[in-house]
Ligand binder design. Structure first.
Ligand code: IMP
Ligand code: ZN
Length: 368
C-alpha cells in the first residue's frame, strides 16, 4: 500500500453508515469487557488466552466462523454496563479515524440473568451516544436498531415498536437494520414488519444479496424500497439479477460496500472482484463502510485505501466518494449541511492531488 493514499484516507473526513456495534468492538475493548465480566462473575470460564485463540481462529475464515465470534462477543457484552462501555469505545475509535458522522446499528438484546432488557440495552447505548455528543470528540452519531433474521416476526415487531418509541423520544434512533446470518431463514418473512417501520417514519438499511442465490427473498424487499442496502454483493450475478439490478436502479438505493468484510467472509476473493466497480461505473451511489471493524481488524480509512488502490482512484475521487455519502445519511438536513460545510473546509485546505509535503505537514494524520 502506497503510504500517501492511506495518509490521505486518514485525514479525509468520513461518514460511516454500516457499522454493527458488537462487531466494531476492538480487541482492546474486548479485554476490558472480559475483565468486567470476570469481576462480576468469578466463576465465568472464558480466559483471555481462550478468547485470543477463538479470535485468531476466526480471522480469514468463513461466514460461519464470523457468526461464531459474534456469539462470543455477545457473551462478554451481556450487561447494560458492558453495552455502555463498548459503545463509548467504538465511537471514540471511529472519531480517532476522522469519522465525523457515524450510524451505529445494533440488535437489542434481552439477557434475563444480568437483568438487561431490550429497552435497557437501548437506553445504555443511547446514554453512551449522548455522552459522546457532549464531549469534544467532534462526531455526530445516530442509531439503527437491528432485527436478526433468526428472530421471530413477533420479536421483530417488538423491536420496531421500541425503535419508533425511541425515535420519538430521543431523536437519535433513525432507522432499522435487517441483518444476521444471511444463510438462515427467509428475510421476506419480515416484510410486514418493515412496512410498519417505514410507515412509522423509520429509515430502512437492509442486508440483501450478501450471498448468492437470494433473489427470491431480495426482490420483494427491494420493492419496499429500502433507503440503503447492505452489501448487495450478488445483486448483479445469477438468477434474476436483471430484476434485482433494475429495482435497485429504479429506486436509486445506495449500496453500502464493506471491503474487508467481503474478503474475510470470502464472498469475494480479491478487492478487484468487488461489486464496487459495477455500480461505480454506472454512477450508482456506493458508500464505503467497515461492517465489523473489530472482528475484521480494519478501519474506515483502510477500507478507502483498499478501494483507491484496487480501482486506481484519485484523491479527488476519494473525496467525492466521501462527500457524496453525506447525501445518504438518515439524519436531517441540518446535519447534512453541517457536514457538507466541514468537508468543503477540508477540501479548500487540502486540495486533492497534493504531494508528500502537504501530508507530512499534517499534524497528526490519524486525528486531524
Ligand atoms: P450487534 O447487533 O451490535 O450485536 O452486532 C453484531 C450482529 O450484527 C451479529 O450478531 C449479526 O447479527 C450482525 N452482523 C454483523 N455483521 C454482519 C454481516 O456481515 N452480515 C449480516 N449480519 C451481520
Ligand atoms: Zn453488516
Amino acid at each position: 500500500m502506497e503510504r500517501n493514499v492511506l495518509n490521505y484516507c486518514r485525514i479525509l473526513p468520513k461518514v460511516e453508515l454500516h457499522a454493527h456495534l458488537s462487531g466494531s468492538i476492538s480487541e482492546k475493548t474486548m479485554i476490558k469487557l472480559i475483565k468486567l465480566k470476570t469481576d462480576k462473575n468469578p466463576d465465568w470460564q472464558l480466559s483471555h488466552a481462550d478468547w485470543q485463540f477463538h479470535l485468531k481462529a476466526v480471522k480469514g475464515k468463513s461466514l460461519e466462523d464470523v457468526f461464531l465470534i459474534f456469539q462470543l462477543i455477545q457473551e462478554i457484552s451481556d450487561s447494560e454496563e458492558a453495552a455502555y462501555v463498548a459503545c463509548k469505545d467504538v465511537i471514540s475509535e471511529f472519531a480517532a479515524d476522522n469519522v465525523k458522522y457515524l450510524e451505529l446499528r445494533t440488535t437489542p438484546r434481552c439477557i434475563p440473568k444480568t437483568g438487561m432488557t431490550r429497552r435497557s440495552y437501548i437506553e445504555s447505548v443511547l446514554r453512551a451516544i449522548s455522552e459522546c455528543h457532549s464531549s469534544d470528540l467532534g462526531i455526530e452519531i445516530r442509531l439503527l436498531l437491528a432485527i436478526d433474521r433468526r428472530t421471530s416476526v413477533k420479536d421483530a415487531m417488538e423491536i420496531v415498536e421500541l425503535a419508533v418509541e425511541f425515535m420519538m423520544k430521543s431523536g437519535l434512533v433513525v432507522g432499522l437494520d435487517l441483518s444476521g446470518d444471511p444463510t438462515v431463514n427467509d428475510a421476506s418473512d419480515f416484510l410486514p414488519v418493515l412496512i410498519k417501520a417505514k410507515s412509522a417514519g423509520l429509515r430502512l438499511a437492509l442486508h440483501l444479496a450478501e450471498v448468492p442465490d437470494k433473489a427470491q427473498e431480495t426482490l420483494p424487499l427491494l420493492e419496499l424500497p429500502p433507503d440503503r442496502l447492505g452489501h448487495g454483493t450478488f445483486l448483479h450475478k445469477g438468477d434474476q439479477s436483471e430484476n434485482m439490478v433494475g429495482l435497485v436502479k429504479k429506486h436509486k438505493v445506495p449500496i453500502e460496500i464493506c471491503v474487508t468484510s467481503n474478503l474475510i467472509t470470502s464472498t469475494v476473493s480479491k478487492v478487484e472482484d468487488l461489486h464496487f466497480q459495477y455500480w461505480y461505473d454506472r454512477k450508482h451511489p456506493v458508500i464505503i463502510c467497515t461492517d465489523d471493524k473489530g472482528v475484521f481488524s480494519c478501519s474506515l480509512s483502510e477500507e478507502f485505501a483498499l478501494i483507491a488502490e484496487a480501482f486506481k482512484l484519485s484523491e479527488q475521487q476519494l473525496y467525492d466518494l466521501s462527500y457524496d455519502a453525506i447525501d445518504y445519511i438518515f439524519a436531517g438536513d441540518d446535519i447534512k449541511n453541517k457536514l457538507q460545510n466541514e468537508w468543503k473546509v477540508f477540501h479548500s485546505r487540502h486540495s486533492p492531488e497534493f504531494g508528500d509535503e502537504c501530508l507530512q505537514s499534517a499534524p497528526d494524520a490519524k486525528s486531524e
